[in-house]
Design a protein around this ligand. Structure first.
Ligand code: ADP
Length: 253
């Protein structure tokens, strides 16, 4: 794949729930390395779009291309293996396992570079050490090396956020989807989370649903505005701030 080929492209994407159209002919193009925020009022179809891209929901019509290949009908786990990571905040974490176990499990079982521990009992390989090394590198990267042997449940709030990002990173994604990663957070927690995302996920393309418009303006390379299932506008923060359609429909004039 060439560098100017978009990492993600949807073509005429449609999702209907009965008679209701939640995603209405969406043509979305995301370039490799972009930080893209998706904004729009409640019910605009932001989460539905993520569910279509991650494979959590089947499309009604249209196509999805990742890295130049069609993925429209692939399962969620097949998409993870292609390099689409999704952060679910706390729900990706096993509370009773240690920090290290959580990261290692993600690396060996759901990521691209899968490793079958049982199989390796019969066919010894050096993959075991490789997986441990990778796990350690990720723990370092997200700043959890010191608490690697604590159970996830016992972690402080900020460290849980770090672990969640570590778990996503362990799947070796090229694209990461974040659905309101700062929802319910204080101003300081929000800033910490955003700093962490920007610091750790430097090699990834980021697609983020975010309601805090100031944050969106500060973070985004480009912004996509959804309204009633359609793309209302798309552009740089400056372009979006000046867009009359966006002001009328979303920013309240
Ligand atoms: P947003 O994330 O922008 O708030 P959603 O994608 O969650 O919007 O929802 C878009 C619309 O689709 C809403 O009107 C919502 O009620 C509807 N919707 C979402 N999921 C379902 C579902 N599983 N069944 C029926 N309607 C749904």
């Amino acid at each position: 794949s060439t560098t100017d080929e978009p990492i993600l492209r949807t073509e005429n994407l449609v999702k209907k729930f009965g008679q209701f159209t939640a995603t209405d002919r969406v043509d979305l193009t995301v370039r490799r390395g972009e930080f893209r925020c998706i904004i729009g009022p409640n019910g605009a179809g932001k989460t539905t779009l993520f569910n279509l891209v991650s494979g959590a929901l089947p499309v009604t019509d249209g196509s999805i291309y990742f890295d130049g290949e069609e993925i429209t009908t692939l399962s969620p786990s097949q998409r993870v293996r292609r390099g689409i990571g999704r952060s679910f905040q706390i729900s990706n974490i096993f509370g009773g396992l240690t920090v290290r176990e959580n990261v290692r499990l993600a690396a060996q079982s759901i990521g691209r570079d899968q490793y079958n521990a049982v199989e390796s009992l019969f066919k010894p390989t050096d993959r075991y050490d490789e997986m441990n090394d990778r796990t350690d590198r990720i723990l370092d990267r997200v700043g959890l090396a010191d608490v690697a042997d604590e159970t996830a449940d016992a972690l402080a709030y900020g460290d849980k956020r770090r672990l969640e990002i570590g778990v996503v990173l362990a799947t070796d994604p090229d694209l990461v989807l974040f659905d309101e990663p700062t929802a319910g957070m204080s101003v300081e927690e929000t800033q910490e989370t955003i700093d962490l995302i920007e610091e750790v996920l430097v090699d990834q393309t980021l697609l983020l649903i975010e309601h805090d418009i100031e944050l969106v303006m500060e973070l985004s390379d480009r912004i996509t505005v959804l309204n009633r299932g359609q793309i209302l506008a798309e552009g740089t923060p400056e372009e979006i701030a000046e867009n009359q359609d966006v002001q009328d429909a979303y920013l309240g004039g």
